[in-house]
Design a protein around this ligand. Structure first.
Ligand SMILES: O=c1ccn([C@H]2C[C@H](O)[C@@H](COP(=O)(O)OP(=O)(O)OP(=O)(O)O)O2)c(=O)[nH]1
Ligand SMILES: [Mg+2]
Length: 150
């Protein structure tokens, strides 16, 4: 990862990248709580940032919490706008149907990915240009392996 951007921050715990080259910086919980099976809760991180213009940050789940415990984020990826100055919060969901999940203060609950974004200039038209895909979507190509060369 070669690109970097300066992001102004106020935080109890500065989000940290676990390894060089990681895309996501881990966000920690400011609260101790237990997520009952099926429960969702919006949890504080104690982090407020000012992104440069032309950037956004995305709050995304940690794969370990998801695969081991079923902990995900309801609105993933949560979008943090460049103009947002409030506390970044994480809308956690325990998808497990039988096991509660305990979170302690300082636990890493999500990760933040900072990315450049493009604002669209929407141009209304009568007809959209054709494309190879056309209107096919939502599984239109099936699930089995495509023939090689396609
Ligand atoms: O996971 C998230 C998603 C959003 N936000 C903050 C930053 C973002 O800039 C703001 C608004 O988010 P969004 O636009 O997704 O929510 P909304 O429901 O459309 O609220 P609003 O009407 O304030 O835009 O909430 C978070 O802290 N965590
Ligand atoms: Mg919004």
């Amino acid at each position: 990862m070669t690109e970097s951007a300066e992001v102004l921050i106020q935080a109890e715990h500065i989000p940290s990248y676990a390894h060089p080259g990681d895309a996501g910086a881990d966000l920690t919980s400011t609260e101790a709580l237990t997520l009952a099976p099926g429960e969702r809760r919006t949890v504080g991180t104690g982090v407020s940032i000012a992104l440069p213009d032309g950037f956004a940050a995305f709050v995304v789940p940690r794969s370990g919490l998801a695969s081991k415990h079923g902990i995900t984020i309801v609105n993933s990826p949560g979008t943090v706008d460049a103009g947002y100055r409030g506390e970044i919060k994480v809308a956690l969901l325990n998808t497990d149907t039988s096991v509660a999940y305990d979170i302690a203060v300082g636990d890493r609950i999500a990760q933040l990915i900072v990315m450049p974004v493009t604002r669209a200039v929407f141009v209304p038209v009568e007809h959209l240009p054709g494309s190879a895909r056309g209107v096919g979507g939502f599984g239109s190509t099936g699930t089995t392996t495509l023939p090689s060369g396609s």
